[in-house]
Write a protein that binds this ligand. Structure first.
Ligand code: GAL
Length: 363
């Protein structure tokens, strides 16, 4: 490993402070240098995390003297392809893309490459194209490992006899991250399924059978309701693997509607990801067991630093050159570490760090 996260975080802090506080390449603080426009397109405004991601990148890039063209594709791959095309036509200096559906951007990225516009894949991998330069993301396999462990620890799978009933939910099939989340979780859970300690009453084990288009709350709620009706009239479910908080909301709603959440019928273990405010409230209330925190402020710093270095003709720092192959090339990647959050640490990790205010969580 060539770098540690704290090191890059400190370096980025220094970089931003320098840009904010004094001259950038001869320009005054009140009138920063014009380094051209960076185009940013992210999947959707429907998930608060992407709004934070976009806002952080915009702020940091502007402090460095770049203009930004920040857009959201509202989960529509064709819209995102149009956005990128327009940005290329407008002569952006670099592109940062959080893909809706990687392969759909192949042609327009070929045009960006022809114009020598560097492309950074942000959080989600741009698949099926050689025309992407760097990848900034979290360790998505580890996100799944943390979710699997949240189940294993709470059911005490190491020592308890079981068997326990588990149901699996997967993320969006168009998002490359979704299989990483799933495979990471299954690396923890599969041995217990094989030994019979965890039982899938629905029999659904493969990603293709449990994936959830667009990570939709409603789809997750409907599927959970159906699972309960079909397989849990004479048994209880003890754990539900949910890859994302928005889905956990639907899953918890279905469970509550079925009578879970009382002393006689306790809530099963339910996992999540993204520390969405509604889910942190559920965690505080004991209705969702855990979530996973990806500090989007740090990811934005990594992407901004990569962009800035590329535009200065320097080589960005990476810490993984093996895990992510996009179908055309193995990516030079900077991976940040996700953090598991539950009732024992959410205040320290989310409020003390300034990610949320206490009012946001209690209100
Ligand atoms: C994933 C991302 C998650 C979550 C999800 C839904 O790609 O890694 O953190 O935001 O998309 O938008």
């Amino acid at each position: 490993m060539r770098s540690t996260i704290p090191k890059i975080a400190v370096a980025m802090g220094a970089l931003v402070l320098t840009a904010a506080g004094c001259a950038v390449d001869g320009a005054s603080a009140s009138e920063p240098a014009d380094r051209g426009t960076v185009g940013i397109t992210l999947p959707t405004t429907a998930r608060p995390r992407w709004i934070k991601d976009g806002g952080s990148m915009r702020k940091q890039l502007e402090l460095l003297g770049y203009k930004t063209d920040l857009r959201y594709a509202e989960d529509d791959a064709a819209t995102q392809a149009d956005q990128v095309e327009e940005m290329v036509d407008n002569g952006v200096k670099a592109l940062v893309i959080g893909a809706v559906d990687g392969p759909v951007l192949k042609d327009v990225l070929e045009r960006a490459a022809a114009d020598d516009i560097p492309v950074i894949s942000y959080d989600r991998l741009l698949r099926g194209t050689p025309d992407v330069d760097y990848y900034a993301t979290f360790d998505n396999f580890r996100v799944g490992v943390l979710q699997g462990r949240a189940i294993a620890d709470r059911l005490k799978l190491a020592t308890a006899e079981g068997p326990f009933n588990l149901e699996l939910f997967g993320g969006s099939p168009t998002d490359n991250n979704a299989t990483f989340f799933f495979n990471g979780a299954m690396s923890v859970l599969q041995p217990h399924i094989s030994s019979g300690k965890l039982v899938l009453r629905s029999g659904k084990r493969e990603f293709a059978d449990i994936s959830t288009v667009g990570y939709e709350t409603k789809l997750a709620q409907t599927r959970m309701t159906e699972l309960l009706e079909k397989h849990y009239r004479s048994a209880s479910v003890h754990a539900v693997l949910s890859p994302l908080d928005r889905m956990s909301l639907g899953i918890v709603a279905a469970l509550q509607a079925d009578g879970y959440g009382t002393a006689a019928k306790p809530m099963p273990v339910v996992t999540g990801q993204d520390v969405e405010v509604d889910s942190v409230k559920l965690i505080a209330a004991g209705k969702q067991s855990a979530t996973v925190f990806k500090d989007t402020r740090e990811l934005a710093k990594v992407a901004v630093r990569m962009t800035d270095m590329l535009l200065r003709g320097e080589t960005p720092e990476v810490n993984d050159t093996e895990q992510y192959h996009n179908g055309a090339k193995t990516m030079s990647t900077f991976l940040l570490q996700p953090v598991d959050v539950d009732e024992s640490n959410y205040e320290r990790i989310l409020i003390d760090s300034g990610y949320y205010t206490a009012e946001q969580i209690s209100g």
